[in-house]
Design a protein around this ligand. Structure first.
Ligand code: ATP
Ligand code: MG
Length: 343
């Protein structure tokens, strides 16, 4: 059964894309949470507007569904600039990137999603473009090949990545501003939910909002998704009333637990505790044991488990914390925490 996983999965597919677009805040003022990022970004944008120059390139890093694409769109809107959207995997050859760069309008915002997945030659072309607003078009092959420099319009690159650690240093260094997006607090997610409920015409009492927010894995995308499922449940079973009890019953039905852990989160913890005695265990071993790609475990499950204090990443591998044993209602073996202390 796929749908429980889909429900809390930070990924989007199908008609959810349209719903997401409809719920997306359009201006910085509507963007909820991420206070520090918002303030820093508004200064960068404001001063660029005053100087009438494109602002520094912006890199956004953070887990899926925290608002990176949303912020990229907001940046273009606040600058009143056109926005071009592409993604790392689409830039396989340098020519793919050259075609985009050479047709940018002055001041245009170029958004490259999943920028860590760009091919090497395109990446090198991007260095020069970011720094000097220039690209070298290579004509010919082998020893006779020549580089023809081509000026391009000053633009602002906005890059997004779920894995900042994979960005090569020369690329990372060329961004003037890096926004680290963190998981949202429950109170912030409540604000996201009230806003979405209003847009969707859903009556959302405080207690319902609180229950959904606290189970949303700190992620606005998941909050919006759970809101719609809870609304469905409430419509069918409770005349549309979303109180704490209804919200909680709906979320239990969809296998989101009281801390917002989904099936993958619980599978990772479960395997770590039951099969590996709490660790330490390597990422790839852990991934094989839950039947997922290491990248999925690392990008999707782990950041939230770490943030909840349930899992620790150590040089020797992944380790469950006391809270993890507690969460799954298990008793740690007597040497569970001693071993790593004295190694
Ligand atoms: N700060 C916020 N305030 C209100 N809604 C938000 C906020 N951040 C994200 N959202 C909502 O969450 C949804 C997902 O956000 P977005 O697509 O920007 O995430 P993302 O970080 O780009 O994810 P991915 O890594 O999967 O590309 C959006 O449709 C938007 O409605
Ligand atoms: Mg995105």
């Amino acid at each position: 059964m796929e749908f429980e996983r889909d429900l809390v999965s930070p990924d989007v597919a199908g008609d959810e894309l349209q719903i997401e677009a409809a719920l997306r805040p359009k201006r910085l003022g509507e963007f909820i949470g991420q206070g520090r990022v918002r303030e820093q970004l508004s200064l960068v944008l404001e001063s660029a507007l005053r100087r009438r120059l494109p602002p520094d390139h912006v890199l956004m890093s953070g887990s899926p569904g925290l608002g990176k694409t949303t912020l990229a769109m907001i940046i273009a809107a606040e600058l009143n600039a056109p926005l071009r959207i592409t993604s790392g995997p689409a830039l396989e050859r340098a020519g793919d990137l050259a075609a985009i760069l050479s047709t940018l309008a002055e001041g245009e915002v170029l958004f490259i999603d999943e920028i860590h997945r760009m091919a090497r030659p395109a990446e090198e072309m991007l260095y020069l473009a970011m720094e000097d607003f220039r690209v070298d078009i290579i004509v010919g092959k082998g020893p006779g090949a020549t580089a023809i420099p081509l000026d391009i319009a000053p633009f602002t690159l906005v890059g997004a990545t779920t894995r900042a650690g994979l960005l090569p240093a020369p690329l990372r260094d060329r961004f003037g501003f890096t926004a680290h997006m963190d998981f949202y607090e429950v109170g912030e997610l409540e604000q996201v939910l009230y806003r979405s409920a209003k847009l969707l015409g859903v009556n959302l009492p405080d207690e319902g909002a609180h229950e959904i927010a606290r189970r949303s894995r700190g992620t606005p995308r998941i909050a919006n998704r759970l809101l719609r499922r809870v609304r469905d449940f409430a419509d069918v079973r409770a005349d549309g009333l979303i109180n704490q009890e209804i919200a909680s019953a709906a979320l239990n039905l969809y296998e989101v637990d009281a801390e917002g852990l989904d099936r993958l989160d619980r599978a990772v913890l479960g395997v770590l505790l039951k099969k590996f005695g709490g660790g330490p265990v390597g990422l790839s071993t852990l991934a094989v044991a839950v039947g997922e790609e290491p990248e999925t475990v690392e990008v999707v499950a782990e950041p939230f488990l770490v943030r909840q204090g349930l899992l620790a990443r150590t040089p020797r591998g992944r380790v469950a914390t006391a809270a993890a044993w507690n969460h799954l209602g298990m008793t740690p073996p007597p040497d569970a925490f001693g071993a790593s202390l004295f190694d």
